[in-house]
Every structure is written in structure tokens, then in C-alpha cells.
Design a protein around this ligand. Structure first.
Ligand code: FAD
Length: 387
């Protein structure tokens, strides 16, 4: 299928594909086994200008849109989703600065991000605040020219490895959902430390860690937007980034499909390659249909967002749910096509199946995301009836 990508998008795809082929594929199994953060690959992505994609040109970036970012994430994930999420989490952590940062904040933080010298991270989740972000307990109390942060964030991707964190904390509990604010917190700020590092089922080369704030004094200049805008900033950021999770899932599914087709052509049973059996062909056909449907949805939604429309929560949610369910189904079928070999670590589909699962969970579980879609549909219907 030709998706009529721009010259820049084609260049990004080719560059990311090359980094994936040359720098990720040879080390992915070892990174996964050792749960090692992929610093060498991060450096290769930086050298290839991939961290510049989502940063505006005025701050050293390429000024690309969501489709540019999705194309890159897809290609990196096709090789290894653990590496790809370390890359994508830097976008998630710094898109709030692109969207809501002041001129000074953008000029201070974005050039290092665009150059890949510093990674970003996004910190909303806490032990008691998962799907229900209103459960956030971390507080930020104004004290003169500073805010004083106290609390613990959980499961933060790039935790410990990133330098620039967007952190959501409560500034005024009495204001309910309007009582949260977002802050840029730099690694090394006194009172900001890192806690438990998680051991995970998949995306094991990415780091997932606690952030601990103990009387951590953050300059008032690091408040993003206005006091009380914290949840709006978080939700607008997630609306922008969810197609990127879809792209991660799509890359995983494509990678598993590639392996399954190649294997089916060389594995001989009953005197024939297993690719000649109709049952296997039907599985491959179903995998290919779902992959292409996912790609069509992600690219269309990304273009819709890049066109400048204001409200795209529903579409963005769709571009996360369908591809992530697809990734789980396709990787499971890929393991099935490889039979017992698919279950062994000698072949990459076992890792891909483990990696796929998280795409149904983070940035909103697929149940909660379906709630978002359902609510939007009901509202749209009500508006339509009133008109
Ligand atoms: C590897 C990893 C990396 C992560 N990285 C980050 C990060 O960088 N930054 C960050 O802030 N967070 C991060 N998270 C957190 C992630 O976004 C949350 O795990 C996710 O939002 C779900 O929250 P929860 O795990 O607490 O599940 P819960 O909210 O406890 O949900 C448990 C189950 O209940 C269901 N459920 C809950 N509420 C509803 C409802 N209203 N309707 C229907 N079903 C419901 C869910 O679908 C799920 O099946 C990460 C998580 C993981 C595992």
C-alpha cells in the first residue's frame, strides 16, 4: 500500500529502518535478557536526528507532526518495542513543553531534547492513581519563588535515565480536577530521587521506575501553563501521543508478521513448506488484514491531528485501541505459526508477544480508552439530535 508519505516522512522511515536494522536487531535479545537501557541505540537515534522530529524548528527540531513521529516509532518497534518506547517516552515527556511551555521554557529545554542529549519522561501515575488520575496524591505547595513537591510517582518510563520530567502534582485539593498542576522537574534537583526499578514481562530494555519527591524545591518558572491546568495538560498530551502507542503496536505486529511469513516458507512438514497449508495461509491473511487496517487508521488519525483540528480525543483513542488489540492477536498467531520454536527465546516472536501486551495497558487501558470513545459517541449523538 502506498500511503503517500511526504519526502520528510519517507526519509524518517528510511533512517529509522536503518537504525533498527543495523543498531537494534543485533542487540535486542541481549538488551531484553539483561534488562539493559539501550544507551548505544539512543546515541544512534540522536546522531540520525530522530529526537528532533517532534520539536519545532525554532528550537532545533524538524518541526514534524504526529504522523512523522508515528512512522519513526513504527520502524523502531518493528525491531524492538523496548528500545522504541524509551525513544517515544522522551516525546511523551516533552510534548507538554511544546504544547504549553512558555518561550523561556521551550528555549531552555527543547534544544537538548531535539539533539538527543537529554531524554524526557512523563509522570502522572501513582500507586493509587492509575486509570483514575484524580487519585494523584503528590502535592506541590507554593513557597515564595518555589513550589515544594512531595510524593511518589510509579512506573515512569525513562525514570532515572531521563533528565527532563513533566510531573503532575496537586496544588489545591479543594478545586478537585482543577486543583492539579504540571511542572518541569530536572534530574539532580535536591529532593528528587529514584526508587524501585521494575522487573517486567516485556519492553524489558526500557526503564520503568519510581520517582520520589521529598521537599523537592522547584523554581516557580517551571510551572507549565497555569496553576490548575495539570490534568488538562496531561489529557491533551495523551491525546497527542496515543497514536504513537498505536504505532508501537503496529511495529510489533509487523515485525512478528515478517518473522512468521519467513519461517512458514522455510519450515517443511509432511513434505511441504507449512506456508502451502491453507490453515497457515488464512492465519497470515488475517494478520496482514489487521496490520494494514491498523496502519490505515493510525496514519489517517495522525494526519487528522496534524491538520490542526482542535478535538481529536475519540480518533486518537481509536488509533491506540485497535492496533494494540491487533498486536496482541498477531504476535500470538506468529508464535502459533512458529510452533514450538515460536515459544523459544531463540526466535524473536516470543519477545514480541511479551512486548505487545503493554500496548493494551499503558496510556490508558483499552477498557478505559473504550469508555473515552463511547462517551464521545454518546455526546456526538446528543448534539446531532439537538441540532
Ligand atoms: C511498563 C509501564 C510503563 C508505564 N509508563 C508510564 C509513564 O511513563 N508515565 C505514567 O504516568 N504512567 C506510566 N504507566 C502507568 C500506566 O499508564 C497505567 O498502568 C495505566 O494507566 C493503568 O493504570 P493501572 O495499571 O493502575 O490499572 P487500574 O486503573 O488499576 O486498572 C486495573 C483494571 O481495571 C480496569 N478498569 C479501571 N477502571 C475502569 C473503568 N472505569 N472501566 C472499565 N475498566 C476499568 C482496567 O482496564 C484494568 O483492566 C506505565 C505502566 C507500565 C506497566
Amino acid at each position: 500500500m502506498d500511503y503517500f508519505l511526504t519526502e520528510q516522512q519517507l526519509m524518517i522511515r528510511e533512517t529509522a529502518r536503518q537504525v533498527a536494522r543495523e543498531r537494534i536487531v543485533p542487540v535486542r535479545a541481549e538488551l531484553d535478557e539483561k534488562e539493559e537501557f539501550p544507551w548505544e541505540v539512543v546515541k544512534a537515534c540522536a546522531a540520525a536526528d530522530l529526537f528532533a522530529i517532534w520539536v519545532p524548528e525554532a528550537y532545533g527540531g524538524l518541526g514534524g507532526g504526529i504522523l512523522d513521529l508515528c512512522v519513526c516509532v513504527e520502524e523502531l518497534s518493528r525491531a524492538c518495542a523496548g528500545v522504541a518506547v524509551s525513544y517515544a517516552a522522551s516525546a511523551l515527556g516533552t510534548i507538554p513543553i511544546v504544547l504549553f511551555g512558555s518561550e523561556e521554557q521551550k528555549a531552555k529545554y527543547l534544544p537538548d531534547v531535539a539533539a538527543g542529549r537529554k531524554l524526557g519522561a512523563f509522570a502522572l501515575t501513582e500507586a493509587g492513581a492509575g486509570s483514575d488520575a484524580s487519585g494523584v496524591q503528590t502535592t506541590a505547595r507554593r513557597d515564595g519563588d518555589h513550589y515544594v513537591l512531595n510524593g511518589t510517582k510509579q512506573w515512569i518510563t525513562n525514570g532515572g535515565d531521563a533528565e527532563t520530567y513533566t510531573v503532575v502534582a496537586i496544588t489545591d485539593r479543594s478545586r478537585g480536577p482543577r486543583g492539579a498542576s504540571a511542572f518541569i522537574v530536572e534530574k539532580g534537583t535536591p529532593g528528587f530521587t529514584f526508587g524501585k526499578k521494575e522487573i517486567k514481562m516485556g519492553i524489558r530494555s526500557s526503564s520503568t521506575r519510581e520517582l520520589v519527591f521529598t521537599d523537592c524545591r522547584v523554581p516557580k518558572e517551571n510551572l507549565l501553563g497555569r496553576e490548575g491546568q495539570g490534568f488538562i495538560i496531561a489529557m491533551k498530551t495523551l491525546d497527542k501521543s496515543r497514536p504513537g502507542i498505536g504505532a508501537q503496536a503496529l511495529g510489533i505486529a509487523q515485525g512478528a508478521f515478517d518473522e512468521a511469513v519467513a519461517y512458514s516458507r522455510q519450515r517443511v512438514q509432511f513434505g511441504h513448506p507449512i506456508s502451502s497449508f491453507q490453515a497457515v495461509q488464512h492465519m497470515l491473511a488475517n494478520m496482514a488484514i489487521k496490520i494494514e487496517a491498523s496502519r490505515s487508521l493510525i496514519y489517517s488519525v495522525a494526519r487528522f491531528i496534524d491538520s490542526g483540528v482542535k478535538d481529536y480525543s475519540k480518533e486518537s483513542a481509536m488509533a491506540k485501541v485497535f492496533p494494540s488489540d491487533t498486536a496482541m492477536e498477531v504476535t500470538t498467531d506468529a508464535v502459533q505459526i512458529l510452533g514450538g520454536y515460536g515459544y523459544m527465546r531463540d526466535y524473536p516472536v516470543e519477545k514480541m508477544m511479551r512486548d505487545a501486551k503493554i500496548t493494551q495497558i499503558y496510556e490508558g487501558t483499552n477498557q478505559v480508552i473504550r469508555n473515552v470513545i463511547g462517551l464521545a459517541l454518546v455526546k456526538e449523538f446528543a448534539k446531532h439530535v439537538q441540532a
